[in-house]
Ligand binder design. Structure first.
Ligand SMILES: [Zn+2]
Length: 492
């Protein structure tokens, strides 16, 4: 073991976290500003390219060692976690540039970074580039300038090692377990028979080593990504071009869309990998820790409420022949996709019903037993007047979570008058959002009642508790909702 392994394990990550960059929606112009700040010597800008929409692509390098390592992040525009971790690593280099570790590392390795290979996609927070091309299916055709840039850097620096840095669906389980795949790893295949050669074996050994390091920190939350050969994919082709390549997929964590924990794990994996490569420790390792990583399993839900007795808040409607139903016993799954609050422009999580019914096979990141309660969906109403927090609270206690305001009202002003996280829609959307049930895709809003006395024990709006009989009201900011909030279903 290198003499620095122990030091690396104990470093205090918050010291190195580049704290200006937080959001997963990091844009190219922000990245440029951060890189200007961080790329003072000794991190050097080597070459640049341009995206289809003329955003600058960067290749930075650090170190003077004989072994070349290439890392590229965010070839899918909405997969930013490793880009943020690269900023952390640059920050680490600035802070620790006089350390024995970095002095030693710089004589062993030359590190090459391409942060945010797909800035046009990042601008739109979408996977593909501005022409709709998936860069990770463009390794052979190279029809996009972004793909050509990656290939040209690879040709120029002739890396021994490659790191293909992505984010995966945040809800994969690790195999058949009920653990979420926080990180998934892959030593991509170089042919359809998934044969081994020295290049791929080295990648397997490194991936197995990283698995052990991550699991030592967070337990068995490492999965293996689908290893089917992708003839057009960069990771697979890098492997066939002789670059020992590891795919790192940042997964998910309960109610954590910006993934600070997983960003830290990426940063630590960089350190662990660079150290082990520089100390020439990989060849002697076994591939077994890699081969035994369970593949990514099924998609989990974030929160499962089990044995919910679901009452009915629908008004009997003779036109639709709808009648209140007796309570039924179900499970309720809630996911928390982030959504942009269009008043503040900031992302917030919104709890949305993912599924309802017998959900016994569905794995969850968190589970609560609701068998002791009766729950009733909340519903919508026209905005009560005067608009004060007290008036709204009364209405919430009566079972309303969604309020429709007159078209002439300024929603920003309205929002500032209420200190509770209810949903506000303009009144023309009344029919569309006057929901009174917990169908998949609906916002998860309900009252929790004592089944005997019907006393209100708790109230959840959009997946979060806003009121509890014992602890009172949670302060919060209303959601001013755009229409078509049901489009959230795509993130379920
Ligand atoms: Zn990806």
């Amino acid at each position: 073991m290198s003499s620095f392994s122990g030091w690396i394990k104990t470093i205090d990550y918050p010291r190195y976290q580049f704290s200006k960059a937080v959001s997963r929606r990091i844009k190219h112009h922000e990245l440029v500003g951060y890189l200007v700040e961080l790329s003072i010597q000794p991190v050097k800008k080597v070459t640049t390219g341009t995206s289809l929409e003329k955003r600058e692509l960067f290749h930075f390098s650090w170190g003077n060692g004989p072994v070349s390592v290439l890392l590229w992040s965010q070839m899918h525009g909405n997969e930013p976690t490793a880009t943020l971790a690269i900023l952390d690593f640059f920050n680490f280099i600035q802070i620790e540039k006089e350390s024995e570790f970095l002095k030693w590392l710089s004589t062993k390795l030359t590190l090459h970074f391409i942060p945010m290979l797909n800035p046009d996609g990042a601008e739109r927070f979408q996977r593909r580039n501005s022409l709709g091309i998936d860069l990770n299916r463009d390794a052979l055709d190279l029809c996009s300038p972004e793909s050509r840039f990656l290939k040209s850097v690879k040709e120029a620096v002739n890396p021994v090692w490659g790191f293909n840095l992505h984010d995966q669906n945040p809800r994969y389980s690790v195999g058949s377990t009920d653990k979420v795949a926080v990180i998934s790893l892959l030593a991509p295949a170089f042919d359809s028979d998934r044969n081994d050669n020295q290049v791929r074996n080295r990648a397997k050994k490194l991936a197995g080593f990283l698995r052990q390091e991550v699991e030592a920190r967070i337990g068995p939350h490492v999965g293996r990504y689908d290893d089917a050969f992708g003839s057009r994919c960069f990771g697979d082709n890098m492997q066939s071009w002789g670059v020992s390549t590891v795919l790192i997929e940042s997964g998910g964590w309960y109610q954590s869309p910006d993934k600070p924990l997983i960003r830290e794990l990426n940063f630590r994996m960089f350190l662990d990998a660079f150290n082990a490569i520089a100390a020439d420790e990989i060849e002697e390792l076994s591939t077994e820790p890699y081969e035994s990583i369970p593949f990514n399993g099924s998609l989990m839900t974030e929160l499962k409420l089990e044995n919910v007795r679901l009452g009915d808040r629908r008004t009997p409607d003779p036109m639709l022949d709808r009648r209140a139903h007796p309570p039924v016993s179900v499970d309720l799954a809630i996911n928390y996709p982030p959504m942009i609050d269009w008043v503040t422009g900031v992302e917030r999580m919104i709890g949305v019903v993912a599924d309802i019914g017998d959900l016994s096979p569905l794995k969850a990141m968190a589970t609560m037993d609701f068998s002791a309660y009766l729950i009733e969906p909340m519903k919508g109403n026209f905005m009560p007047m005067p608009v004060t927090t007290d008036v709204i609270r009364r209405s919430v206690l009566e079972g309303y979570d969604t309020f429709f305001y007159p078209s002439a009202t300024d929603p920003k002003r309205l929002r500032s008058q209420i200190a509770i996280a209810v949903s506000l829609f303009r009144e023309d959307f009344f029919s569309e959002h006057h929901t009174t049930s917990l169908l998949p895709g609906e916002r998860a809003s309900f009252r929790i009642l004592d089944p005997g006395t019907r006393e209100v024990l708790s109230i959840w709006i959009n997946g979060f508790e806003v009121y509890n009989r014992d602890s009172g009201w949670q302060k919060g900011e209303p959601w001013v909702m755009p229409n078509r909030v049901k489009a959230l279903e795509v993130e379920l």
